[in-house]
Design a protein around this ligand. Structure first.
Ligand code: FES
Length: 188
């Protein structure tokens, strides 16, 4: 009976190739293909969701540049000899510590021309910039070359433990008559 029904069923129009191809697709393959597209769709959706969540989280934590503290301890006042320029902190902190008869002050080792690091020339008793030849006295005043102004001095104080504490964020400018301020020099 079933064979008779099959024989009566008209063949699909469109030629033998098309109809035959559709009819021959195994059911298992059809489902697995559907599953594949379904999974792929979900995977794309989840990936998009994950990326947008990451982007949102990124907005919550803006890029912050963590810079080293401008404050550092420079040892005990007794570590510095009267009449000397200490170059001990030039490499790590870019400062010279100078002690004279009155006290201790700190000079920022940054040339006021274009920002190179001058060198302390002990025998010539001056700071000399290797870039364009500016020269500064032991106190930091410009006297030769293109530097337009004196070197800057930095805040100095004594910490509770007795050590010198230097704050590079606080500067004192000669041209503004700030070198006489109490924090610009530690009286000894
Ligand atoms: S940067 Fe020092 S003289 Fe030019």
């Amino acid at each position: 009976m079933a064979e008779v029904e099959a024989a009566k069923t008209p063949k699909p129009a469109g030629g033998k190739g098309k109809g035959k191809g559709k009819k021959d697709v195994p059911l298992d393959n059809l489902y697995s293909r559907r599953d594949f597209f379904s999974y792929a769709g979900w995977a794309s959706f989840m990936a998009a969701l994950g990326l947008s969540s990451l982007y949102f989280l990124r907005l919550l934590f803006p890029r912050v540049l963590f810079e080293p503290s401008p404050v550092f301890k420079a040892g005990m006042p007794g570590d510095y000899t009267v009449g000397e320029v200490s170059t001990k902190w030039v490499k790590a902190q870019r400062v010279w510590i100078v002690r004279d008869d009155e006290g201790i002050y700190v000079i920022f080792a940054l040339c006021t021309h274009l920002g190179c690091t001058p060198r302390w020339l002990r025998t010539e008793n001056k700071y000399k910039c290797p870039c364009h030849g500016s020269g500064f006295t032991k106190q930091g005043i410009n006297f030769e070359g293109p530097a337009p102004r004196a070197l800057e001095r930095l805040k100095i104080a004594v910490a509770p433990d007795g050590q010198l504490i230097i704050d590079k964020s606080k500067k004192f400018l000669y041209e503004k008559d700030e070198w006489g301020k109490p924090e610009a020099k530690l009286k000894m």
